[in-house]
Structures are given as structure tokens and as C-alpha cells.
Design a protein around this ligand. Structure first.
Ligand code: 13P
Length: 260
């Protein structure tokens, strides 16, 4: 069974006091997830160790970096390598978030290098893809997302692709309050799954988790997560509010219940 994940992306928000307070409140809710379910917190670099320590032994809770360098090591002032992230026992890294692609010119080619370094350093990449409003209006979102996957992931062998988590985040739904309808999310997730099946076959593709991101909140998480090809969410704004994110994590537990 593939993993179901509620992932928080704090982006460039919160002081350390605020971050610790938020994490305390979430941990106080004592959410015990099923074995195949996880809560992942993509936190700013300076807080990785603090939040990792705070989570401690809480089962199925993990910490992620929000980015890693496209080079292995050396004279790259200000960068953080995949090896460094692994050396502090962090398990996940976001790669190719649309904000990185847009504001820091991260191309599919650069992201390929990051994916390779993440895997070489035992990090599980959460690879983000998704189209702009213009592309959606031109109805070429399927080809666009397929190309993002092809150019950054399809060099991977079958034994590597199953370490990747895909996050579909339509840019027009990020931080805008506009959410893809659960039907739109399901349509794209089914398309992504089909693209994976064509390249890697049914067996491998059904083990790859595909998360939805874009204005997920407590009020819509369960409906979105209940779609057959949606395996959880990557959440920005709503992950900064303890009660909101607690409800979002708990939505994972309700997905498999016959009566929600
Ligand atoms: P919002 O949930 O704020 O729309 O952000 C989504 C996102 O970018 C998560 O990575």
C-alpha cells in the first residue's frame, strides 16, 4: 500500500519561538497515524535540528528540508547540500517547488541534478510539479506536467523512482484561496499515474504517492484526500495554524474509513 502523507511547507515563515510553539501544539494533539501514514514538516533550514529533536520519537512524523543544492559540495556560498541534510538525519527534501522554479530559475535540468544528489544521499525527494493559470487556460496542463516529470525524473531506474513522492501543485491554486476541485485534482493525479504506468509499469506506479498542493485547508482536506489517486497533501498557509494542520493530518486517518 502506498504512503498517505500530510506534508506541511512552512516556506519562509515563523521565528524559532513561533515554530517551536506551533510544533508543540501539534504534538500535544497526540495523533497516532496508521503505519502507512505520515506527517512531514518542511521547515526552514535553521530549524531543521530543533524541530527534528522536538518530534523525537513521535511515530510517523518526519522533517523535510525545503530545498537542496544542485552541486555536491564546495565553493557555493549560501547553499546547503543534500549530504549536509542527510548528515543531520533528515529524511525528506522538497525539490522543484514552483516558487523555486519561478523566483530562483530552477529548470527541469537543474532539478534533475538535485534529484540525483538527494537520492545519492538517502533523502526521499518530494518532487513538485504543476502548471500556471495560462497553461491551464490553454488546456495544455497534461502535456506540461508530463514534461516536467519526464525531464527531471524519467532518467531514474525502477528501483529509484519508487523513492520519489510527487506533489502536484497547480500554481494558480497556491496561496490564492483557489483550490482545484477534487475532480480537477483527481483528473491530474490519474494522468500522472498513467504517465508513470507507461514508463515504469503498473506494479511500481501504484506504490508512488502523489500529493495535492494548493490551498488545502481543514475544510477541504478530507474531500481532496479521499480521491482515489490523491495520497495526501502538501500544505502551505494552513500548515502555519496548529488547529488547521491537526485537522488536516487527522483527515488522513479518515480516508480509509467506510463512513467519513
Ligand atoms: P498554500 O497551501 O498556501 O496554497 O501553498 C501550497 C504550497 O505551495 C505548498 O507547497
Amino acid at each position: 500500500m502506498r504512503k498517505q502523507i500530510a506534508a506541511a511547507n512552512w516556506k519562509m515563515n515563523l521565528t524559532i519561538e513561533e515554530a517551536e510553539q506551533l510544533m508543540n501544539e501539534i504534538l500535544e494533539a497526540k495523533i497516532f497515524l496508521e503505519p502507512q501514514q505520515q506527517a512531514v514538516f518542511a521547515v526552514p533550514f535553521p530549524y531543521l535540528i530543533n524541530i527534528k529533536n522536538k518530534i523525537g520519537e513521535q511515530p510517523n512524523f518526519f522533517v523535510a528540508a525545503q530545498n537542496c543544492a544542485s552541486e555536491k559540495s564546495g565553493a557555493y556560498t549560501g547553499e546547503t547540500s543534500a549530504q549536509m541534510i542527510n548528515s543531520i538525519n533528515i529524511n525528506y527534501v522538497l525539490i522543484g517547488h514552483s516558487e523555486r522554479r519561478e523566483y530562483y530559475n530552477e529548470t527541469n535540468e537543474i532539478l534533475t541534478k538535485k534529484i540525483n544528489l538527494a537520492l545519492a544521499n538517502n533523502l526521499n525527494p518530494i518532487f513538485c510539479c504543476g502548471e500556471s493559470l495560462k497553461i491551464r487556460e490553454g488546456n495544455s496542463q497534461n502535456e506540461f506536467v508530463q514534461n516536467q516529470l519526464k525531464e527531471s525524473l524519467f532518467h531514474l531506474a525502477a528501483g529509484e523512482i519508487n523513492k520519489i513522492i510527487i506533489a502536484y501543485e497547480p500554481i494558480w491554486a497556491i496561496g490564492t484561496g483557489l483550490t482545484a476541485s477534487s475532480l480537477q485534482a483527481q483528473e491530474m493525479h490519474a494522468h500522472i499515474r498513467k504517465v508513470l504506468v507507461d514508463k515504469y509499469g503498473e506494479e511500481i506506479s501504484k506504490t508512488i504517492s502523489i500529493l495535492y498542493g494548493g490551498s488545502v485547508k481543514a475544510a477541504n482536506a478530507l474531500e481532496i484526500f479521499s480521491q482515489p489517486d490523491v495520497d495526501g497533501g502538501l500544505v502551505g498557509g494552513a500548515s502555519l495554524n496548529a488547529q488547521e494542520f491537526i485537522t488536516i493530518i487527522k483527515s488522513l486517518k479518515k480516508i480509509n474509513c467506510p463512513i467519513n
